[in-house]
Design a protein. Structure first.
Length: 387
């Protein structure tokens, strides 16, 4: 008999994370449009604004993992989510690239702490025998937010304005913070003897996997910020339709991929996922019609929906129970670094060469990721896995 998956706390933390992710995804596709159309910022500089929050994430992730392992996960989650919501107010006063960078940076700090806390709570309340499956479902809430958020955001931005969009984000963030208050976690005393040391901030034996992760996450970082602009260039009426298919693909793959990981096919899932993403990015870059636009979104989603829970499970299975916060923060740090590089370098590539060339680069990096995974990451995981 299978252990129960959908307990009260798992539902509650998934709901809180979903609402915060909705507020987050309202701005991801619209900030590039706003700063290029309203503030007249050069395309090559958009990556600087977009990447500033990811840089903040990279600075805060390791310490977030340490704090989550030592102190109350719920308190960290609620405090970070509340501060994250308040930071939306800063965009009302951001009238230059520098101010946007500053506000995005602080947004990244609170988002980093909150997501490490929420993902660690989710892992803690899941039965070990269904962990990968549960992580997949937890991520599915984020994926629904990735579909709903951008689609609604582009409509609101076109029909109303950026400030209306900000009020929607504040409302969602507030609801997410309230949902976090209802999570119940086990009380524990602070761990007094866990020092702030490198091994408590980063899962050291995962270095090769961490570097391998940068290839597909770079490609991921080119989606949210630039697809809306790419769709506009291709005369797609509402480029948000891409995100509907994208999230649909992720949700569809989550139904089966986690089960295969739990049955021991983790390497097969990761390699198949990276191959699917590489092929889909290539189609996205070379075929300029609405069918290719939507189909690419669907299969890019399928690939990433398979990959990210499997990749996160690599880290968790290589860590002790008291290192789960560190394992999660290491995985998320790799995600953030790849994301930042995708945004930062992607802005330069699109400004100099164009969007199609950016997505050819993304496809190429995913192929390199497959090679590195087969010859390096697979062997490292088999050597250090604990479960």
């Amino acid at each position: 008999m299978k252990a129960p998956l959908w307990n009260k706390n798992f539902i509650q933390v998934s709901l809180a994370n979903f609402l915060m992710a909705c507020s987050f995804n309202l701005l991801m596709p619209t900030i590039p449009l706003y700063i290029t159309e309203q503030l007249h910022v050069e395309q090559t500089k958009t990556g600087i604004v977009l990447a500033s929050y990811a840089i903040a994430l990279m600075l805060t992730r390791p310490f977030s993992g340490y704090l989550v392992d030592v102190f109350s996960k719920k308190k960290i989650l609620v405090i970070c989510f509340a501060l994250y919501t308040l930071t939306f107010g800063g965009y009302f006063f951001a009238t230059s690239v520098l101010l946007f960078v500053i506000v995005r940076f602080f947004h990244g700090l609170w988002w980093g702490g909150g997501t490490v806390a929420s993902s660690t709570i989710a892992v803690d309340v899941l039965p070990a025998s269904r962990r990968a499956e549960g992580i997949g479902y937890f991520g599915t809430f984020n994926n629904v937010a990735m579909a709903v958020g951008p689609f609604i955001a582009i409509y609101i931005y076109q029909a109303y304005n950026f400030h209306v969009l900000l009020w929607c984000a504040i409302s969602m963030g507030t609801l997410g913070t309230i949902a976090g208050l209802f999570i119940t976690t086990r009380k524990r005393k602070p761990i007094e003897h866990k020092k702030i040391a490198l091994q408590n901030l980063f899962l050291l034996n995962s270095w090769p996997i961490f570097l391998n992760q940068l290839f597909p996450t770079f490609a991921w970082g080119t989606i949210g910020p630039f697809v809306a602009q790419y769709g506009k260039q291709l005369s797609v009426p509402n480029a948000g339709i891409f995100f509907i298919f994208w999230a649909g693909g992720i949700i569809m793959s989550r139904i089966f991929s986690g089960k295969f990981v739990d049955r021991g096919y983790i390497h097969t899932v990761n390699i198949a996922a990276m191959f699917t993403v590489a092929a889909s990015f290539l189609v996205f870059a070379l075929f300029h019609n609405i069918i290719a636009f939507c189909a690419s979104g669907l299969f890019i989603g399928v690939g990433y929906g398979m990959m990210f829970p499997a990749m996160q499970t690599l880290y968790i299975n290589m860590s002790r129970p008291d290192q789960r916060g560190t394992a999660n923060s290491t995985y998320l740090l790799g995600f953030d670094l790849g994301l930042a590089l995708g945004m930062l370098i992607g802005g330069v590539i699109t400004g100099l060469l164009g969007f199609s060339q950016l997505y050819i680069v993304s496809a190429t990096l995913c192929v390199l990721g497959i090679i590195c995974y087969w010859f390096i990451s697979r062997r490292v995981y088999n050597k250090y896995k604990m479960v």
